[in-house]
Design a protein around this ligand. Structure first.
Ligand SMILES: NC(=O)c1ccc[n+]([C@@H]2O[C@H](COP(=O)([O-])OP(=O)(O)OC[C@H]3O[C@@H](n4cnc5c(N)ncnc54)[C@H](O)[C@@H]3O)[C@@H](O)[C@H]2O)c1
Ligand SMILES: [Zn+2]
Ligand SMILES: [Zn+2]
Length: 369
């Protein structure tokens, strides 16, 4: 059953059709909303490394697709069973979850049984409005339950977080994925305590959010490692006590000189060699958390047997309804200056934004429809 609501019948979206193809703006027909759908007029959408990974060969089965999973905007219409938001509400869009599986019911939507289907899959477990192209073909719009590289996004009741209309809505989208993942890795997964040492590998949006959160937790030292000098500089600006060159042949020794063994390590590079360095840098009893899925992990079993731990991070293991307002509060009090990472691009310049992200020039492009 679909709600009878006022909504635009057409959406303009950045569509990816083939492997390695560029984004192309297209006008698409929007079908009626499903009962739990929330139609959002997009104010801005962050571009995350994961969008670029999904644009590559990993995203093939889903083509054609509208990517984008860090949207924010204003609700324009809701499905018949939506009670959480109403038209006119300002919202940040986050990852999707079913709300009904065991992990969702016990407050862990980041481990939702339908996670892959709803976020990186075809979204078959969700009855939602679809997009149809000029030739009558379906265009997948289930990317993290939002596909927000568009002027309108079909989200669901489960992945919208209401925020104050007083906030700069267009730059809030990245709170829904990259920033939540980095900050949540520190707060929810590693549970960093005052005085603990932290090292973060990769100073992109995820890593820099982790650096900021580590300082908020009272960690010291907080060491950032990246290959790009501008990113190391940015890491210092947002709170890193040290910033090291990831290509330095004596990196392990440099880490040892700063702290004889780190309590908490966080890898955002996904590179086997970096993960090995991260685990080796741990003190016994220390934990390394991984956010990226690029390579295999190969470690001497001895390192784990003698008390080092390795774990993973899904969206910061955060409940968006709790964690996004928390990050906004930090930002308002000046300790989480995520706006320093953002550069705005018109949605029509999405290919330039992607290039700027790949080259390392821009940490977090935000696309404005
Ligand atoms: N697990 C999750 O829920 C989740 C959520 C969001 C993003 N991600 C993933 O997290 C990763 C980071 O995302 P991002 O948006 O910050 O990406 P990004 O590309 O902006 O940042 C990665 C950083 O790692 C640095 N780097 C690369 N190789 C390095 C090396 N050998 N040593 C040191 N630094 C190195 C790069 O210079 C770059 O600054 C991506 O793989 C993304 O897909 C995971
Ligand atoms: Zn992401
Ligand atoms: Zn679930």
């Amino acid at each position: 059953m679909s709600a009878q609501v006022q909504r635009p019948s057409q959406v303009e979206a950045a569509v990816v059709r083939g492997t390695e193809e560029k984004f192309r703006l297209e006008k698409l027909e929007l079908s009626p909303l499903g009962p739990l759908d929330v139609l959002v007029k997009v104010a801005g959408a962050g571009l995350c490394h994961t969008d670029l990974a999904m644009r590559g060969p990993a995203g093939v089965p889903l083509r054609p697709i509208v990517l984008g999973h860090e949207g924010s905007g204003v609700v324009v219409a809701v499905g018949s069973q939506v009670s959480k938001v109403v038209a006119g509400d300002s919202v940040v869009l986050s990852y999707d979850s079913c709300g009904g599986c065991g992990n969702c019911r016990s407050g862990r939507p980041y481990f939702c049984a339908a996670w892959f289907d709803r976020n990186t899959g075809p979204g078959l477990s969700r009855e939602h409005a679809t997009l149809v192209d000029a030739e009558g073909g379906l265009v997948n719009n289930s990317c993290f339950g939002q596909s927000s590289f568009a002027d309108h996004s079909v989200a669901s009741q489960n992945n919208v977080v209401k925020v104050s209309p007083e906030l700069p809505l267009e730059i809030l989208g990245p709170l829904g994925c990259g920033l939540q993942t980095g900050a949540g890795a520190i707060v929810n997964v590693l549970q960093v305590r005052p005085g603990q040492s932290v090292v973060v590998f990769g100073a992109g949006a995820v890593g820099l959010a982790a650096v900021m959160a580590a300082r908020i937790c009272g960690a010291a030292p907080v060491i950032a490692v990246d290959l790009v000098e501008e990113r190391r500089q940015l890491a210092r600006e947002v709170g890193a006590t040290h910033a090291l060159d990831g290509a330095a042949p004596d990196l392990a020794h440099q880490l040892q000189r700063i702290t004889s063994g780190v309590d908490c390590a966080f890898d955002t590079t996904g590179k086997s060699a970096v993960i090995a360095t991260a685990v080796s840098a741990l003190a016994q009893g220390g934990t390394c958390a991984l956010a990226a899925i690029e390579d295999e992990v190969r470690l001497p079993a001895q390192q784990i047997v003698f008390g080092r731990r390795l774990t993973g991070v899904v969206e910061g293991n955060a409940v968006p309804d709790v964690f996004i307002p928390q990050m906004i509060e930090w930002w308002q009090s000046g300790v989480f200056p995520f706006d320093k990472l953002i550069e705005r691009f018109p949605l029509r310049d999405i290919n330039e934004a992607a290039d700027a992200s790949v080259s390392g020039r821009v940490v977090k492009p935000v696309l404005i429809p």
